[in-house]
Design a protein around this ligand. Structure first.
Ligand code: CTP
Length: 423
């Protein structure tokens, strides 16, 4: 089973999605997609083709969306009898899930013989499609030709995936899971505040071996770092995520490198600093020390019950090293403190020489979905509300974006008021 991070309820708030369902066995999954989109705050309007209604009924979508479901170009419920225009104008995006081979062919050739195909042609909004079909149908030259046409016409193609198919065959053509489609749609609808920026993010704990089966680590779950990597990628950044051992799923459009120890994390970060990224966000809870006399065999208990003696050496401070590079990227540090939060975090920001330091408020948020942060920069400090790590990540991306040199107006003046720090 996939571990799904809890969604924030605000990410798609105010967005209106026209969900077009065409005839394919994966049509039943569109009901889950609708729920996932709604759980992020989107309003969803469903339009079905006639073929889709052989696989799933209109009543399901009507009950789930709380909106009438449209199937007919001559639907009398639309006041001006122009359902194709009215429905497409209300939406921020037209999303076809599943998109059958037949419907892709129609779209690629500009056919408009039912409500959904007419609406797609009449639409002035972005179009995204999630193909779903048998592997031979997907591989067929006609489908591949249509795919190329759709891409060059500007449609976003979400998937398909490879795997078991309803027909019993295995291969490429299977529809992506609703959660992954929802992630792609969320990314499409997120403002591109970080367009053109390359960002390196570290996340999770590190693990310092004592012997082949034992080691020293910490309680970091990696959640905050992964949410930040996701939010940065959704905002248009090219994100390289260097992750310590964690069970978090790799976010959509993020390049992930897995490491174990602090030394490995250090090497991976330094490799990714050539050429320099625009931003380095150091969320990882890096072990300060490693065991230098680690054994390559499992340590055994001795008859005399002598306990092992471990010798430690200090690990490199990755953040300080990146911040001290010539032409250093814009550096964001994190701090976990158990007392005197503001004083310790302010001192840490100065010691590491980073422009922005983010401290966790509250003793232990390890593994939890919610957090509260204290942001410290050269102007002072401010704390956030207690919110999901997902929405805090979105807030932090805005804070980072407005501090970067960016072309274009409007991104630099939506900041929050910072309070002057005493120290
Ligand atoms: N950090 C790092 N390399 C290390 C230790 C920490 O890059 N060897 C980074 C963390 O990713 C974080 C920041 O430095 O962004 C602060 O980490 P924290 O553990 O709070 O502080 P330490 O530097 O370890 O100092 P102390 O343990 O004394 O609080």
């Amino acid at each position: 089973m996939k571990l799904i991070p809890s969604p924030s309820r605000t990410e798609l708030r105010g967005k209106s999605i026209l969900l077009g369902v065409t005839g394919g066995v994966a049509a039943y999954k569109s009901a889950n997609l609708l729920r996932e989109l709604q759980s992020r705050g989107a309003k969803v309007q469903v339009v079905m083709t006639e073929a889709a209604q052989h696989f799933i009924g209109t009543a399901t979508f009507q009950a789930l969306s709380g909106e009438p479901v449209y199937t007919d170009a001559w639907d009398q419920r639309v006041s001006n009898a122009m359902a194709h225009i009215e429905l497409s104008r209300q939406a921020d995006i037209v999303l076809i899930v599943p998109a059958s081979a037949d419907f892709m062919a129609k779209l690629a050739n500009g056919l408009a013989d039912d409500l959904l195909s007419t609406l797609c042609i009449a639409s002035n909004k972005p179009l995204a499609i999630a193909p779903s079909m048998n592997r031979e149908m997907w591989a067929h030259p006609a489908t591949q030709r249509n795919l190329k046409t759709l891409i060059s016409d500007g449609a976003a193609i979400i998937g398909p995936d490879t795997g078991d198919q309803a027909c019993g065959e295995t291969g490429l053509g299977r529809m992506l899971e609703p959660y992954d489609i929802c992630e792609a749609v969320t990314a499409m609808l997120t403002p591109k505040l970080m367009a053109g920026k390359r960002v390196v993010v570290t996340a999770g704990p590190t693990y310092e071996a004592i012997d082949p089966v034992r080691g020293i680590t910490n309680r970091s779950s990696g959640k905050m770092g992964f949410e930040l990597a996701r939010a940065l990628a959704n905002a248009g950044a090219k994100v390289e995520l260097i992750a310590g051992p964690t069970f978090q799923l790799t976010p959509h459009d993020v390049k992930r490198t897995d490491v174990t120890s602090a030394l490995q994390m250090h090497a991976a970060v330094m490799r990714n600093c050539e050429p320099r990224p625009d931003v380095f966000v150091s969320v990882a809870a890096v072990a300060d020390w490693r065991v230098v006399n680690a054994s390559d065999r499992k340590l055994k208990k001795t008859a005399k019950r002598k306990v092992p003696e471990l010798e430690f050496a200090e690990n490199p401070d990755i953040l300080s090293e990146v911040a001290a590079l010539p032409d250093a990227p814009y550096c964001v540090g994190f701090a976990a403190e158990s007392q005197d939060l503001l004083d310790n975090a302010t001192a840490k920001r100065a010691r590491k020489n980073v422009p922005l330091l983010v401290a966790n408020i509250g003793p232990a948020t390890f593994g939890l979905d919610d957090n509260q942060l204290l942001l410290i920069d050269e102007n002072g400090h401010r704390s956030t509300a207690v919110r999901s790590k997902r929405s805090l990540a979105t807030e932090l991306v805005k804070e980072i974006a407005r501090r970067l040199p960016m072309p274009g107006p409007g991104l630099h003046d939506d900041g929050f008021a910072f309070q002057k720090s005493d120290s």
